[in-house]
Design a protein around this ligand. Structure first.
Ligand code: COA
Length: 253
C-alpha cells in the first residue's frame, strides 16, 4: 500500500558546530554552499538537518526496493529555481528514486519535518505555538484576520475551545496546502483558502475560492506536548504514516 510518509525530528543542538559539521557531510555541494550563507548557526543546522532527514527518509523508504544506501545518498540531488518555488528532485534523482514523486520540508524552532509521497504532491508545515506575553490569544489571532476566511473566523472566535491551538492548526494547514501546490503563502490570497474545523475522520478539508477541493486533505497534529503544531497536505488516497524520528536515525557517519 502506498503512503504519505512523514518524519519529524527534534533538535536541541542548534548551536553545536560539531553537529553542523557532521550534518554537512550528508549534503551535496550546492547545499554546503548554502550552509555557508546562513548568518545564524541555528538556521544552518535547521536547513542541513532538513535535507539530511529527507535523505534518511527516502533511503529508508527505498531500502526494500534494493537501492544501495551509498548510491542512493549521492543520487538524491535537490534542485531549486533561482526565482523561488518548490524544490524538486533532479531528473537523475527521479530516475534512481522511482518510489518518490514529491517531497517537502519544514522547520521551526527545535523541530524539523520532512515528507515524501510515491505519487501526488505533498506539503508539510511545522510551527511553534506562540503568543506574545503582552497579548491575549484573541488579540494575537486577530492580527491575522485578513488572512483568515469568514468560516475560519467564525469557528475560532465563536466555537473553538482552544483558540490558539486551533489557529495554529488552521495556519499550518494553509501553509502545508500552499506548499503542496508549490505556491507558498506569498503569492496567494490566504483568506480565499478556508480550512474546515473540526476535522472529519482526523483530516481537515480545505476549500479554495469557496469550492471544496477533493484533491488534497490536511492532517494535523501536535509535537512536544502541544508546544508545536504540524500539518501535512496530501492526497486522500495516501494514508499518513507519521513517525517521530531520533537524531540517531539520521546516518551521520
Ligand atoms: C517559502 C514558503 C514556501 C515556506 O516558508 P516558511 O513557512 O517560512 O518555512 P518552512 O520551514 O515551513 O519551509 C521551508 C522549506 O519549504 C520548501 N519550500 C521553499 N519554497 C517552497 C514552495 N514554493 N513550495 C513548497 N515548498 C517550498 C524548502 O524545502 C524550504 O526548506 P529548505 O530550503 O530548508 O529545504 C512560504 O511560506 C512562502 O511563500 N514564504 C514567503 C517568502 C517567499 O515567497 N520566498 C520565496 C521568494 S524567492
Amino acid at each position: 500500500m502506498n503512503f504519505t510518509t512523514v518524519w519529524a525530528v527534534q533538535c536541541q543542538n542548534l548551536e553545536d558546530k560539531d553537529f553542523l559539521d557532521q550534518l554537512k557531510a550528508r549534503l551535496v555541494r550546492s547545499e554546503t554552499q548554502r550552509v555557508l550563507r546562513f548568518r545564524k548557526s541555528s538556521d544552518a543546522v535547521r536547513f542541513a538537518l532538513g535535507r539530511a532527514l529527507l535523505r534518511s527518509l527516502i533511503i529508508s523508504k527505498g531500502a526494500n526496493k534494493q537501492f544501495s544506501q551509498k548510491a542512493a545518498w549521492q543520487d538524491i540531488v535537490i534542485e531549486e529555481d533561482i526565482s523561488g518555488g518548490k524544490p524538486y528532485l533532479s531528473n537523475n534523482a527521479k530516475a534512481h528514486l522511482g518510489h518518490v514523486a514529491d517531497f517537502n520540508i519544514s522547520h521551526d524552532g527545535e523541530w524539523v519535518v520532512a515528507g515524501v509521497t510515491p505519487n501526488e504532491p505533498v506539503g508539510v508545515d511545522v510551527a511553534h505555538v506562540y503568543c506574545p506575553e503582552n497579548m491575549s490569544d484573541v488579540e494575537y489571532i486577530s492580527e491575522f484576520n485578513l488572512q483568515l476566511s469568514s468560516e475560519e473566523k467564525e469557528y475560532l472566535y465563536k466555537h473553538s475551545q482552544q483558540k490558539l491551538a486551533d489557529f495554529y492548526r488552521i495556519w499550518t494547514a494553509k501553509e502545508a496546502y500552499t506548499k503542496a501546490l508549490g505556491t507558498g503563502v506569498a503569492s496567494i490570497d490566504l483568506a480565499s483558502i478556508s480550512v474546515h474545523l473540526p476535522p472529519i475522520n482526523g483530516c481537515l478539508y480545505v476549500s479554495a475560492n469557496w469550492q471544496v477541493t477533493h484533491l488534497l486533505q490536511v492532517a494535523t497534529g501536535t509535537l512536544d506536548e502541544g508546544r508545536y503544531v504540524y500539518a501535512v497536505a496530501k492526497h486522500p488516497s495516501l494514508p499518513l504514516e507519521f513517525r517521530i524520528a531520533n537524531i540517531g536515525d539520521i546516518t551521520l557517519d
